[in-house]
Design a binder for this molecule. Structure first.
Ligand code: GLU
Length: 407
């Protein structure tokens, strides 16, 4: 479709929706689709529309306003053809689930990293971002928490991009371990079972930018997070880092155990590797940021807001496969069975879920269940999957009683 045809069609569709096309009408349309003044995707047009709040928008003004904008994107927005067409309905569902669970206090704060038990246990946030950049968040979505195990898919993706699949899997397996996330165990070949448990993530760290300084390697990880989330607010929690390092006997033991089995690449330095792992776990984000990271995963490695390709689709495919089978600690099998989506949780109380080609969702609620997953986070996901046909195999059932997220 030519640019003119796209403009004409967009204008015509808006004119059908109202008797008087004003700047305010178009702004409302954009807000309802899941964008606000903070969204980089729509900030320019929303600002330009401020000058036309009450005035009639003629076709000429419309063309002028959309000059330099992504017309194809706005055409889909105005025609209600973004990936989640009924975004307002989705937001209502999330709001409802949020209120149902607001008083839920099941679970306990973790104690094995002392600093992690100092957070306010009642914090609760849900954030979502679609592959078109539509965003919604509710609750404590600005509250910061450490990535902890949620950094593991990113570490694996970085190791894959740099070294390729064959090299990486000479050093780490891809089977669920069926054991606790920090169990002192390796597979039959003397390798960590998969990159989603501690031993495997330590191994990923050993393969990331070995020739750079410790600072350079850490920066390499935070740069990836900034690119995945379009945020410069990736911070580091030094108290958690120190607390974790002081109490990391098990991770040191895993490191030595792997070294004894000659699992590491030849030039890996054990102490630098472990340090990088502790630092990576202590990187802080909030739910809003983590939902965008998950959306970049859902969007095959390309940030849906900036359109920057951070990881190759092949990398994301491998990463999602392992998140699907191994991402939720010892609940991974049950999770794949009942939720049916790739996800990763961390002991800080976050979970991010990837609905491929649709959206990323992050839930933050620090009380954990017995297996180390956010108790309320799991409950949110169960309710979402009950309502929407997002389980990997829902398509087989054609689930008439479930809502289709994508219309
Ligand atoms: N840094 C934590 C550890 O190594 C990660 C725990 C987690 O979130 O699973 O024990």
């Amino acid at each position: 479709m030519s640019l003119n045809a796209q403009l004409e069609s967009s204008y015509a569709v808006l004119m059908q929706q109202t008797d008087k096309l004003t700047g305010a009408f178009i702004q409302q349309k954009i807000y309802k689709a899941g964008f606000d003044q903070r969204s980089d995707k729509t900030i320019n047009l929303l600002e330009k529309l401020d000058l036309h709040i009450k005035s009639d928008i003629t076709y000429d003004v419309f063309c002028e306003l959309l000059k330099d904008e992504d017309i194809a994107f706005y055409q889909r927005l105005f025609e209600e053809r973004l990936v989640v067409p009924d975004f307002a309905g989705f937001c209502e569902s999330i709001q409802e689930i949020y209120s149902q669970l607001q008083l839920d206090q099941k679970g306990k704060l973790p104690t094995y990293i002392p600093e992690l038990k100092k957070v306010d246990p009642d914090q609760f946030a849900i954030a979502a971002c679609t592959v078109d950049g539509q965003q919604f968040h509710i609750g404590d979505y600005k509250s910061r928490f450490c990535m902890q195990s949620m950094i593991k898919p990113v570490l694996y993706a970085l190791a894959l991009e740099e070294n390729g699949i064959h090299y990486v899997h000479k050093h780490v397996g891809r089977e669920p371990s069926g054991r606790n996330f920090n169990e002192l165990t390796l597979n039959d070949e003397g390798l960590p079972h998969n990159p989603m448990i501690n031993a495997g993530a330590i191994m990923s760290c050993a393969m990331i930018k070995k020739r750079l300084s410790p600072a350079g390697r850490f920066k390499h990880i935070t740069n990836a997070l900034s690119d995945l989330s379009n945020s410069h607010k990736i911070t580091f929690n030094n108290a958690v880092y120190n607390s974790e390092k002081e109490t990391a006997d098990r991770n040191y033991a895993l490191g030595y155990f792997m070294r004894e089995h000659k699992a590491f690449p030849k030039d890996a330095d054990l102490h630098r590797t472990l340090n990088l792992y502790f630092q990576a776990c202590s990187i802080e984000v909030n739910s809003e940021i983590l939902a965008i990271i998950a959306a970049s995963f859902a969007n095959a490695g390309t940030n849906p807001i900036t359109q920057k390709e951070v990881f190759k689709p092949e990398t994301i495919k491998n990463c999602l496969s392992l998140m699907y089978s191994c991402g939720m600690y010892d609940y991974s099998g049950e999770w794949a069975f009942s939720i049916g989506l790739p996800a990763k949780s961390g002991v800080s109380g976050g979970i991010y879920v990837v609905i491929p080609d649709v959206m990323g969702i992050c839930i933050y609620s620090p009380r954990l269940d017995k297996l180390g997953n956010s108790a309320r986070g799991i409950e949110v996901c169960k309710r979402l999957v009950e309502r929407y046909n997002v389980h990997n195999y829902d398509s087989i059932l054609r689930c008439p009683n479930k809502i289709s997220l994508t219309g």
